[in-house]
Design a protein around this ligand. Structure first.
Ligand code: FAD
Ligand code: DHB
Length: 396
């Protein structure tokens, strides 16, 4: 099989890249290890930056987002006896949207299916070859058991944090950075109307808690828990009690309404960056090159921003044989990656308790400053609502 761009992974990065390239007449083949149902069913991110929304709209993917997404002006930041609303629209003129990754994925699948996109789901034994030539290829066993080969002008690894593509870059040509955080998140999805208008990020002596949402009738909530926590040790009652204690601390007259929990899981918190995000004709985008801890909601937005930079670079490379943007893709993308990695670390460090009373006081001081200083609040708002996409010409 011959295509112009072979994409590994049908998550948001891979599907959006295929969609943006198709709009420029570039042919792609997507190879995905899981089934379509599995990819559509994954519950992950929930917040879209302003720039991500603009990009999805410009790509013709905005109609359901505009009808069903929830525009938010900002967030609530909370610590004992205090809850402050940071209004991003007032501070920087742009806000965020609540629109689940599951919904973004549905919109992408619908658009690519309508366009007749080749997607090989349930592919096994993937091999990536010849990335140092101008004819890189993928070989895999399809769901029908037949071995297939796709030869392309470029291969893009959109295969997430456990995919094989980043390992193809030789050790001598790459550098990696890791951070494992000493806590995890217990996340639940519940069939109950949110008890808040906008998200609440709460510092509490027992640990961080967050109240997010997916729709006017579905809530998404998180609790800081110890690494290695067994979800079976947390009954639904225990989860709601902990959420009510942490989110309601000192908030007179506010109550958390519990409801049926439909999904509960424990998520480790880690950060990872691999550079460069290109080796020969292999490009990396999204979680295959970088992972951030979820505080600050950057993972999905970063995947979208990578693809927004990469799509025009690939168009120039494969259509016009002009490699200038492809040559700068990695450096351009990494500036945003490190900004988001820092912001995610900063939000995580400010809001998660470590058990050290000195750290508690530093965190509370930082929270008071962010909530009372326009400069502090503006810095948070600028990073949370997101810097402009694409960021190729932006130096930050
Ligand atoms: P992915 O969505 O991981 O997609 C990669 C795809 O590649 C997958 O479909 C995978 O099956 C496929 N693949 C892997 N190996 C192969 C192979 N060998 N062959 C073919 N295909 C392969 N971000 C936030 O901002 N907020 C959140 O609340 C949040 N929660 C999260 C919860 C969880 C459990 C996880 C894992 C992530 C969460 N994230 C969150 C991060 C966010 O979901 C990711 O940043 C986003 O999905 C990145 O998209 P991606 O397309 O790069 O990778
Ligand atoms: C959600 C997840 C986040 O990590 C975050 O910072 C905000 C919202 C969510 O799943 O809704």
């Amino acid at each position: 099989m011959r295509t112009q761009v072979a994409i590994i992974g049908a998550g948001p990065a891979g599907m959006l890249l295929s969609h943006l390239l198709a709009a420029e007449g570039i042919d792609t083949v997507i190879v995905e290890a899981r089934s379509e149902e599995y990819v559509l069913g994954r519950i992950r991110a929930g917040i879209l930056e302003h720039g991500s929304v603009e990009l999805l709209r410009a790509a013709g993917l905005g109609s359901r987002l505009d009808a069903e997404g929830l525009p938010h002006r900002g967030i609530h930041l909370q610590f004992p006896r205090e809850r402050h609303h940071l209004d991003f629209i007032d501070l920087i003129g742009r806000g965020v949207w609540v629109y689940g990754q599951t919904e973004v994925q549905k919109d992408l699948v619908a658009a690519r299916s309508a366009a007749g996109q080749s997607i090989y789901y349930e592919a096994r034994d993937l091999e990536i070859s010849d990335v140092e030539t101008d004819r890189p290829s993928l070989t895999f066993v399809g769901s029908d058991g037949r071995r297939q080969t796709v030869v392309a002008d470029a291969v893009v690894g959109c295969d997430g944090s456990f995919g094989p593509s980043r390992a193809v870059i030789p050790d001598s040509a790459k550098q990696t950075w890791h951070r494992t955080y000493p806590f995890s998140w217990l996340g639940v999805l519940a069939d109950v109307a949110p008890s808040t208008d906008e998200l609440i990020y709460a510092w509490h002596p027992d640990g961080f808690a967050m109240h997010s949402m997916r729709s006017p009738s579905v809530s998404r909530l998180y609790l800081q828990v110890d690494n290695g926590t067994d979800i079976d040790d947390w009954s639904h009652q225990r989860i709601w009690d902990a959420l009510a204690a942490r989110l309601g601390d000192g908030q007179d007259g506010w109550t958390l309404t519990p409801g049926p929990i439909t999904e509960a899981s424990v998520l480790p918190m880690r950060s990872y960056v691999q550079t460069p995000m290109r080796h020969g004709r292999l490009f990396l985008a999204g979680d295959s090159a970088h992972i951030v801890p979820p505080t600050g909601a950057k993972g999905l937005n970063l995947a979208i921003a990578d693809v927004a930079l990469l799509a025009p670079a690939l168009v120039s490379l494969v259509r016009d044989d002009d490699s200038r943007s492809a040559d700068t893709y990695s450096d351009d993308a990494l500036r945003r990656v490190w900004r988001c990695t820092h912001f995610s670390w900063w939000m995580t460090s400010m809001l998660h308790t470590s058990g050290d009373p000195f750290d508690d006081q530093l965190q509370l001081s930082q929270l008071r400053w962010v909530c009372s200083s326009e400069a502090g609040a503006t810095g948070l708002a600028e990073n949370y609502a997101g810097l402009p996409i694409p960021s190729g010409s932006t130096r930050f």
